[in-house]
Design a protein around this ligand. Sequence first.
Ligand code: ATP
Ligand code: MG
Length: 362
Amino acid sequence: MAHVIGLDIGNYSAKAVLLKERAGKYILVNFAVSDLAEEPIETLEPAQRNSIIQGVIKQLVVSAGLKSKDVAISLSGDQIIVRYIKLPYMTKEELKGVIRFEAEQYIPFSMEQVVLDFCILGEISEEGQKKIEVLLVAIKEEIVNQYIQLLQGAGLNIGLIDTDSMALHNALECNYDRKEGETSAIINIGGKFTNLNIVEDGITRFSRDIPIGGINLTRDISKEFNLGFAEAEKLKLEQGSIIIESENVVLTRIPSKEDKSVRIYSSISTTMGKLVMEIRRAFDFYESSGKKKSITKAYMCGGTAKLQNIEKFISERLNLPVEILNPFNKIEIENLADFDEKVKQFGVVLPVAVGLALRNIK
Ligand SMILES: Nc1ncnc2c1ncn2[C@@H]1O[C@H](COP(=O)(O)OP(=O)(O)OP(=O)(O)O)[C@@H](O)[C@H]1O
Ligand SMILES: [Mg+2]
């Protein structure tokens, strides 16, 4: 089977990854990452947005030397509807026959307008009844068509549409040994969204795309310093950090105008607090539903995971060990010398694209 490119088109950057398989091992062939625009892409007119994305994708494919025309993409946030539901026990074949009918009550659109997919996560027994737990994903057909056109315009075919969440799951599973009884979270903090997965015994049992990401932080900085978005972004990348109170005495005095990093931190702290609250709330919801276990570890990734001290901050606030998800932990890198620096710089934004590239080999 020809290998397909994993293409993660985010709200801030696009990433392309090509893997191959040799003797049961995955090998990174090449990858490329490119920011989309100086302004958040969602603020642009659709036509302009599409032409920017097409341009970036074309250039990505060239710069990563990718010959394949088939890509796997993923959707997230308000582009998809994801539901974790319970149904009376039935086989996969049986479910196939009734899924559209069963799904109707969970999907706020007419069933004629959506593309549906499902996955049986497991079997449970509840009140003496055998049931199945099902992941349901619905995408509006209109959105699928928009992506087909967008990618066609860049000379590519869509071989598969996934969700960011499932791609993250696959990237984690491929790269880390599963520990019996361990329940962990994946937190991918991107530009517009934070994808949150809760993975129990190798199955993602909860996922949510929280509409908070690095773009919100840049907006906060832009307000505080009265700067345009691009300038605020630059300031964030150069001097942004989270000031950990336990380590830094700086917060005990009133920040002076010169204390840029303190001002940056105080401008983003409300948003950071909201993000942590949303994650906490999802954890609480998960831990209180049924006999679910408590979360003992978090893997973090996404561009915003590069914000200084964010790892410590999340770890302290959630009271959990946090590790950066390395998408090449168990994937061999060919020509390591050429890639080493690039992987160090961009690895953290690649888990979704790696998860997509993996899907196509399986
Ligand atoms: N060194 C850094 N410090 C702080 N933030 C950073 C750094 N590098 C990148 N970012 C932020 O990471 C965000 C982009 O991350 P990423 O590329 O994972 O998002 P995306 O996948 O395009 O977005 P989404 O998944 O929300 O659609 C941007 O907001 C950017 O400002
Ligand atoms: Mg993303």
